[in-house]
Design a binder for this molecule. Structure first.
Ligand code: WQD
Length: 339
């Protein structure tokens, strides 16, 4: 079985490629290297012993996409990660997000139709929920008005998939709504390497601990939560990667109950920012420099997953702890920085 992984050199994509290979799948990676680097291929090979096929492809280039699929007619399924994903950047540059995240999905779905590729896994996000009315949040919770163009592209993408699947006789799709992916592969060969100043919490923590950042700014401790800081569902990226293999096999083995399905992929546990900081200090046995600053506009107070559907229906459950993830994130940071 040949699986096309778009964005396969990225953070979640590369971890998923490794898990696909570990499960015997033949992987073809496409990536435009806008937020990743070619040497991730070498690192994937060093973990799995298998070098995935790779082709550089700009998915926004429709003629190039058409020609790619003509040349690669043996693709059995697609796992689609390639997208822009920085919330703040999407506010400053919405058209980049609408073009990159939506056009590329449309071109891929057109190729699925043209080449009878019937299994499609989509990378969605808990961002579609906005500020939930109740917690833990289930897949049937209302999708709220997106708080950023990035979140809106995920909502619109899901709507595109629903509409396409409602008229397609053959396409079967699963959208995985990720919560907050953190951590790295335990070999420290692959991990999260944000370009520039990290927007996300854990890479900022590890860069602070590595002395690259002076201190972590905790965006607010006056929220109505256990310690005043925001709550999220932090999931180990390897658990998240395995969820893609399980979802893919659900489709390949025709176990899906509808041709469009959605699953929350989280741990079901909420942790506050300060709890993450404390856990990091405990795991690494070192003090972290941080200060409390003003709230970050657009942050939701608390969001974490109800994972019953993924556990019972999909047959997948997160196995690693937040401490495992933080330890792997720190090991990765030290390796990258040569500490
Ligand atoms: C987590 C918490 C911050 C940085 C975003 C996207 C989501 C997904 C994951 C793609 C928040 C606090 C953060 C810092 C802090 N991305 N924080 N200081 O915002 O929950 O989710 O990334 O799919 O779609 O929305 O993740 O890691 O940015 O923030 O205090 O320097 O950490 O306020 O409470 P977020 P995050």
């Amino acid at each position: 079985m040949k699986i096309l992984v778009t964005g396969g050199l990225g953070y979640i994509g590369s971890h998923t490629v490794v898990e696909l290979q570990n499960n015997g799948y033949d992987v073809l990676v496409i990536d435009n290297l806008s937020n990743s680097s070619f040497d991730v291929l070498d690192r994937i090979e060093s973990i799995s012993g298998i070098r995935p096929q790779y082709q550089e492809l700009e998915l926004r280039d429709k003629p190039a996409v058409i020609s790619f699929f003509k040349q690669n007619s043996d693709i059995d399924a697609i796992i689609h990660f390639a997208a822009s994903k920085a919330v703040g950047e999407s506010v400053e540059n919405p058209l980049l997000y609408y073009e990159n995240n939506l056009n590329t999905l449309i071109y891929l779905l057109q190729e699925c139709d043209a080449h009878s590729i019937n299994s499609f896994i989509f990378s969605s996000s808990c961002t579609v929920y906005g500020e939930p009315d109740s917690l833990p949040i289930t897949e049937s919770a209302p999708v709220k008005k997106a708080t950023s163009p990035y979140g809106n592209t995920k909502q619109i993408s899901e709507e595109i998939l629903i509409d396409v699947c409602s008229v397609s006789e053959t396409l079967n799709t699963i959208a995985l709504r990720y919560f907050n992916p953190i951590g790295a592969h335990n070999t420290a060969e692959i991990g999260e390497l944000p370009k520039g100043t990290p927007q996300n919490l854990v890479p900022f923590i590890t860069q602070t601990a590595a002395g690259i950042r002076k201190e972590l700014s905790v965006f607010g401790d006056d929220y109505p939560t256990v310690d005043g800081s925001c709550i999220r569902d932090y999931i180990h990226v390897v658990d998240l990667a395995n969820a893609h293999v399980v979802a893919l096999e659900r489709l390949l083995n025709k176990k899906n109950k509808a041709n469009y399905e959605v699953f929350n992929i989280g741990t079901g546990r909420g942790s506050s920012v300060l709890e993450v900081v404390n856990a990091f200090e405990k795991v690494t046995n070192q003090k972290l420099n941080y200060k409390i600053v003003d709230r970050r506009p657009g942050d939701v107070v608390s969001v974490y997953a109800d994972t019953n559907k993924a556990n019972d229906e999909l047959g997948w459950k997160a196995e690693k702890s937040m401490e495992d993830a933080l330890e792997s994130a720190w090991k990765w940071e030290k390796k990258v920085r040569g500490i």
